[in-house]
Design a protein. Sequence first.
Length: 1019
Amino acid sequence: MAAPRRCAPEQDVDEKSTETRTELAKGYEHKDVEARWYPFWKARGYFHGDEKDTSRPAFSIVLPPPNVTGSLHLGHALTATLQDVLIRWKKMSGFNTLWLPGTDHAGIATQMVVEKELKKTERKSRHDLGRAEFLKRVWAWKEQYGSRIGMQHQALGAALDWERERFTMDEGLSRAVREVFVRLHEEGLIYREKKLINWCPDCRTALSDLEVEHEEGHAGELWSFAYPLAEDGGEIVVATTRPETMLGDTAVAVHPEDPRYQHLIGKLVRHPITGREFPIVGDAILVDPEFGTGAVKVTPAHDFNDFEVGKRHDLEFLTVIGLDGKMTAAAGPLAGLDRFEARKEVKRLLEEKGLARGSKPNPMALGRCQRSQTILEPLLSDQWYVRIAPLAQPAIEAVEQGKTRFIPEQWTNTYNAWMRDIHDWCISRQLWWGHQIPAWYCPEGHVTVAREAPSACSTCQSATLRQDEDVLDTWFSSGLWPFSTMGWPEQTETLRTFYPTSVMETGHDIIFFWVARMMMMGLHFMGEVPFKTVYLHPMVRDGKGQKMSKTKGNVIDPLEITEKHGADALRFTLAALTAQGRDIKLANERIEGYRAFANKLWNASRFALMNLGEHRETGADPAAAAALSAADRWILARLQAAVNGTVAALEAFKFNEAANTVYAFVWHELCDWYIELSKEALTGEDEARKAATRGVLVHCLQTSYRLLHPFMPFITEELWHVLRAQVKAEAWPDSIMAASYPAAAAADEAADRAFAPVLGIVEAVRNIRGEMNIAWKNVLGQGEPVHVAVADPATHALLAGGEDRRVARLAGIEKLSLHLAAATPPVAASAVGVGPGFEVRVPLAGVIDVAAETGRIDKELAKVDADLALLEKKLSNPSFVERAPAEVVAKDRARVAELTEARQKLTNHRAMLMGADEPRRDSPMETTPPSIPTPAPEAAPAAPAPAPVAAAPVPAPAKKPAAKKAAKKPAKKVAKKPVAKKAVKKAAKPAKKAAKKAAKPAKAAKKVAKKPAKKAKKK
Ligand SMILES: [Zn+2]
Ligand SMILES: [Zn+2]
């Protein structure tokens, strides 16, 4: 009997009613469930990291702050899921957890959004408004839209400590930024210099090297032209990929030892367009005499290599392209032209003058702006830099010393390589939105760097000061995130408790922007690494492994998924697909499959609630119950094994293994098997047995909820409350977030092993039914009994003690004959299933098409033969035998023995089926008709009768009888086996597809063999 309904699921539930939830809705409605719990957790303060609590170990993560302009995409969803899994798991495991949220002001991105808006609504540019007014508008925009991404994280269930939410431009963080700038400046690690930088003429700002995207293989052109010598006639031919830059040439360089040009060094050439004269110089560093003509034009103000040549030879630095990408006055007659127009014009003019000397295709790398895709222009300008090598060194050493560890480990090399070859970091940006550089200039040009606006120049005391107009690179402030968010530069309790953070979890695409810079800044200012472990998650791609992009139309929107299937389903899918070192292939079917998993758990819980009625078993210490059956002990052992597997996988950051372990237990073992097994006890007369079964069921469910909670927080909280209310388990905390995570312990392997053959036998018979297309209404063993042979006396005793009846019930058998023997007695025309330690024989007379069964055995034989050949080849390879670990070789050898035995049996059975009087022990070739090598089942029917078996598609037979069984069963049973099986297949399909394809013919034997000893599991 279900408890009376106290609150309808569809009504809006406030905190009071969430605490008293006592009944499950008929179907799982994720919207109802997910709306309930976030406010409840938040109100209870479960997300708050307690800086004063030093009694528990701390575990902290700072959320990489999403851009304030952002809307949740799959990358965010993945980051939030994995971090939430870690935080919830650690919290339940007794840690004092802190997960700190915030947003990044995202300089250029935000400025562009507001500029666009301004242009659209008021037809104004930021310059029309002026800096102060424009910044007001950006702040207003931030107030209005900046919390969107935070709300989206809440909808995902992210257990973030909102009391500590930060923004990179809030007062405290701005103070930290100024403090860092001033200190680094005082230490000589920040300087200002006129250098060439990568400039984006569209964004109108300098970019750091990391913001440059290199387009490889761009179809460039190497174009040659001649410079006439200023005196005595003659010319010198040079080549360029950017002809417009010749307007800024201030030298021609040749190799000093090149006999062709040696005599020209020191002479002048005349510019054919502007008329300037400049020298021919000898430079052994720049010039390769073998390349091109051996003479090189030099443009010191527009090329990184030439910049160095200019310094070496004290050349003029002539800027001919301006910040707007147009030619400057120095370009003479071409002034005002766009740089690409100027390119055409230069070529035209030189051709006209007869100075063009031909061209050839030149594939090249082209630098583009990461944001606008504009081709970048190297320009000369005053910028601020961080002298980075002294900061990089300690960050390299910290990783070498193991203070910070990368997972997957291969990223250590990437990190090291970049850090060892690091270039000074250009930190000034020509934007308005950001931290304005705390440097002031007096009319004399002196620079005063200070924490607060100074009243006078620190050099000449002039009171006329102007602050540097540039702002800092956005990544400058995010590099401080792990400690600035905890109150630095104050030495706060939060820093003492939660710094260094435990884990940095992020995408590998920002290892340099983010991870490396945090390492450098954290070590320099806190004296300690900012995080102990860096877990870099893979990229999310579509189901076919392609990059998601709007143009391809294959973008999956996490908000749509959450709407349709729920946050729990999305989270579980992402976790289950996150394997180390492999991109995530996200297909909608996967999400649907895991949504079905949530339904499954819901229905299993409803089944339990219905059977609990007024009973109050809480399942505390279930193993101690006196009336435990072998099935009870088996499921408890499997549960403990699942706990152990999940915890071990989480410890190793193997999110996929953790998720798949819980999934496999809940679906295949708890729902498919145990619930089915428990029905006999639950509907029987034995009250002690009934009570024990209810206790085991409750224990398995509530442990599964806790195990699953980090992955599926909402549904598990809902189920927890209802189950807790039903059994009046006062000892359970009144929120699953306050419950403890299941702990690893030794599993009862003996109980597992003892019961496995019972399941194996049932499965073997069901498989025979499936593959032979025997309907469930055809009860087996009506005349000749179904024979079951087991070799182990203990297994025999277990079956003889009543489990044989259970097997008969679950497999649809009337008479079952049990033998303590290695093999069943021969019966003409029978199907045989074999598993470790048992053999079943199903007489087929009257129910079966013998030819089809022969075909099945042939297929299985072919598979066994193929497996055997493969293993034997492997084992005959001396280098494998020598190099592989001994246990691997031993395992392979054992498998060869198993397969050889299976082969013998199959051969015998085939012979029997063909009507031979006695099992044949000779070569299989004699009994194998020549037509069988075709593996496809459809190709088998050489049989005369038009048997329906032959026509059935491959996967169908296994399902069909199951479905019929469902129809036949009493309606009372909620968690129906057949439904389960179908759905399992659906959910598990993508992952198992390949394996299944290969293993199909031998499925029965394989599946069974897998269970007890788990030795074949890793295949
Ligand atoms: Zn740009
Ligand atoms: Zn001054």
